[in-house]
Design a protein around this ligand. Structure first.
Ligand SMILES: [Zn+2]
Length: 282
């Protein structure tokens, strides 16, 4: 592995790996990126998959030292865009809110519900950056939080590997780091929501604010408290199921990367069209 510092465009696709998914690429260059929002979770690890240049970023840091509510999501997305990334894949571990979504289920959600509490979820807050530029207040469309083209590629890749994915559904994102109570979990399920996670927000909205494509790929590691009858989920259980599935998830992600469009026609690139963000995107 070689190291370098800088911000020249070096990748086109970003993968933000979740729990138990620290290494994605074998032959990598480590790139340290500075951002106006502080350091990202870790260096970017640059490599190639199917002829596409990929930047992998361990969401919680390579030593898993950052809990979901302390991840610097703004720095992470900014760093990826600085490296040239325009399409982002966000694999993550989630709990199933329905009995039929047991461990090992792969969900490609099409909606999310934000139940986080403490996270900065916008770049456009009127606070001056260190270069003196001041972001304007902008209100972006977020009715469909995920990239349509990315979802299509994810579903095709999973099917191609014989892992029939759940096409669509709502991911509710909770603050954590604790898991839900049974009452919370039953309430989430009663809303018709599918899975519960801790990192899908504000990752998705910050990607949209930087005109990036973002696709969530959720691996169910456990049934959430309201959908199971035992003692409730433990962190060990989550890591164990993730470890069992990380190999095939990696294969699916390789195929998603290969299947992402070279030219974006999905509309994500135009998320800021007609608006003046007040700051220069990297
Ligand atoms: Zn897109």
């Amino acid at each position: 592995m070689t190291s370098q510092t800088g911000s020249a465009p070096q990748a086109e696709i970003g993968v933000i790996g979740g729990s138990g998914f620290y290494s994605f690429l074998e032959d990598v260059t480590e790139l340290t990126v500075e951002t106006p929002y502080g350091p990202p979770s870790d260096s970017l690890f640059l490599g190639e998959v199917a002829g596409r240049r990929v930047a992998f970023l361990p969401r919680h840091g390579r030593k898993h030292h950052l809990p979901p509510h302390r991840v610097n999501y703004r720095a992470n997305l900014w760093a990826l865009r600085s490296a040239g990334v325009r399409q982002v894949l966000g694999p993550c571990a989630v709990g199933g809110l329905r009995p039929e979504y047991g461990p090992g289920t792969l969900v490609v959600p099409d909606q999310l519900v934000d139940r986080t509490k403490s996270r900065v979820q916008t770049y456009y807050d009127g606070e001056a950056l260190s270069d003196g530029s001041v972001p304007n207040v902008v209100h972006l469309t977020f009715a469909d939080p995920y990239c349509g083209a990315g979802r299509t590629a994810a579903l095709a890749a999973a099917r191609g590997r014989g892992w029939e994915p759940v096409d669509g559904g709502t991911m509710v994102v909770v603050e954590g780091p604790r898991f839900s109570t049974r009452a919370e979990s039953r309430w989430h399920a009663a809303q018709g929501w599918s899975v519960v996670g801790m990192t899908g927000h504000p990752e998705a909205v910050l990607a949209r604010e930087l005109a990036l494509c973002y696709t969530s790929i959720a691996l169910v590691t456990d049934l959430d408290a309201g959908a199971e009858t035992g003692e409730g989920v433990s962190h060990e259980e989550v890591l164990e199921v993730f470890a069992q599935n990380v190999g095939r998830l990696r294969e699916v992600l390789f195929d998603v990367v290969a299947g992402l469009p070279v030219e974006r026609e999905c509309g994500c690139a135009g998320a800021l069209d007609g608006m003046d963000p007040g700051i220069a995107l990297p």
